[in-house]
Structures are given as structure tokens and as C-alpha cells.
Design a protein around this ligand. Structure first.
Ligand SMILES: Nc1ncnc2c1ncn2[C@@H]1O[C@H](COP(=O)(O)OP(=O)(O)O)[C@@H](O)[C@H]1O
Ligand SMILES: [Mg+2]
Length: 228
């Protein structure tokens, strides 16, 4: 689905890997290693200084950016909502493509386990966990093929984080999504991931299966990271 060839964008240097359809990838590594930078390369919030990225077989820049971002949805650590109601937020993406009348707003809330009464609620009056669900629903409204998740639960308490995990686990399965998630939570990594990418010192140090990587790291860098 994605192929990175010798991609450099500071702090990342010469990174190569591929992501297959339906991979569930956990991206991990020390703070400042370039995890967010790597994520942003997938939907062109950043472009490589060197190297090439291919999406569905074609150079990523050959895809119109709006359709790329529709197919490859991003959810950040802090909910990215604009002022207004939940409904306003859900409508925004699909309306750009004149597809809102094909969406079912109640269904979108159902996916993230919120009641339909939330449609008329103002987003600034929701809790952090509720806002994160709405952010996810807003991304799902675009009917993406892939989800990019940048520490989506790290601002939430454990209980709320596990609720969001439940939602993600069932959505990814039902909608056959490809996932790339940054997390520092290794319990979460084991639950949601089937593949791991470990980056450190600007390089991709390990690319393997979860839980093998976590149980038997093959590099010293990963062993040390996991001990901390
Ligand atoms: N041109 C550059 N040269 C070197 N380092 C850079 C450059 N641009 C950004 N950085 C550094 O790269 C890091 C960005 O990492 P980021 O992708 O946010 O890491 P992570 O998400 O893994 O914490 C920051 O520490 C930033 O200072
Ligand atoms: Mg980051």
C-alpha cells in the first residue's frame, strides 16, 4: 500500500520499508526519534528531502492531496476539532467531496460508541475521551482505508484509553483498515499491533512482528529502549 525508498526528512535518514494492506503497525522509539515526522510523510503534512514514497504503486505526489488525506486519515494525541457541534465536525470532511448525504451521522457515532444525542452537543463541552471519540468519528466520516494514529490515547486516563482501544480494535477489524499507530504503551501495542517498526537515532532499527520484537528484540537499541 505504501513503499518508502531511502527517505530522508530530519531527523530521519535513509528509511526504507513497505506497508501492506491491513497491516497493523506499531511505530515506537524514543522521544524525538522522528515518529511523528514519519507519520506526517504518509499524508504529506511533510515531504521527504530525499528519497521516494509510493502509495498504491504510484509516487505519492501523483495523488491529489485531498483524496490522499481522505484515504489516509490522521488522528492526533490532542483532539483536532473546531468550535461548533459534533455534527458540524462530522460533516466537514465529507462535505468537501459532496458526500455528506451518503453518510449516516448516527452510525458514525455508533462506531465510536457515543449516543446519537451527542450530534447536537458543543464539542468544547465534552470530556477529553469524548472529544477523542469525536475526532476518530470525524476521520471515519471520510471512509479512510488507513488510519494514522499519533499517540491517540496518551492524553487520556487508563480506563478511557482502554475504551478507545476497544473502539479501535473493532473498527479496524470491521472496516478492514490498515493502521499505523505511535504508542509508548506496550500493552496497547500487543493488543492492537501485528507488526512493529522501531526507530531510533534517525534510523529504522527493527521491523518485525509484534510480539516477537517485544519479547526477543534483536538489536541492543531495542532491548535498551524496552528496559526503560
Ligand atoms: N532539520 C532538522 N535537523 C535535525 N533535527 C530536526 C530537524 N527538524 C526537526 N528536527 C528534530 O526532529 C525531532 C522531531 O521528532 P518528532 O518526529 O516530533 O519525534 P517523535 O514524534 O518521535 O517524538 C525534533 O526533536 C526536532 O528538533
Ligand atoms: Mg511525536
Amino acid at each position: 500500500m505504501f513503499r518508502f525508498e531511502n527517505v530522508s526528512q530530519p531527523p530521519l535518514q535513509h528509511v526504507s520499508f513497505t506497508i501492506e494492506e491491513r497491516d497493523k503497525v506499531i511505530l515506537f522509539g524514543p522521544s524525538g526519534a522522528g515518529k511523528s515526522t514519519l507519520l506526517y510523510l504518509f499524508n504529506r503534512l511533510r515531504d521527504p528531502e530525499e528519497g521516494s514514497i509510493y502509495f498504491q504503486g504510484d509516487p505519492i505526489e501523483d495523488h491529489p492531496i485531498s483524496s490522499l488525506r481522505k484515504k489516509v486519515g490522521l488522528v492526533l494525541q490532542a483532539p483536532h476539532l473546531f468550535p461548533g457541534t459534533v455534527l458540524d465536525n462530522l460533516k466537514y470532511g465529507p462535505a468537501l467531496f459532496n458526500e455528506w448525504d451518503q453518510r449516516d451521522p448516527k452510525k458514525l457515532l455508533e462506531y465510536v460508541q457515543l449516543p446519537s444525542s451527542f450530534l447536537e452537543r458543543e464539542v468544547d463541552q465534552l470530556s477529553g475521551g469524548e472529544q477523542q471519540r469525536v475526532s476518530l468519528a470525524r476521520t471515519l466520516a471520510n471512509e479512510p482505508d488507513m488510519l494514522l494514529l499519533d499517540e491517540p490515547t496518551s492524553a487520556l486516563d487508563n480506563r478511557t484509553a482502554e475504551d478507545i482501544e476497544d473502539v479501535l480494535e473493532s473498527l479496524i477489524e470491521e472496516q478492514q483498515l490498515t493502521m499505523l499507530m505511535v504508542t509508548h504503551n506496550m500493552r496497547q501495542a500487543r493488543r492492537l499491533g501485528n507488526r512493529g517498526l522501531f526507530i531510533s537515532d534517525g534510523a529504522l532499527q527493527e521491523d518485525g512482528r509484534i510480539p516477537d520484537m517485544l519479547d526477543a528484540p534483536s538489536t541492543e537499541a531495542l532491548s535498551q529502549f524496552l528496559e526503560q
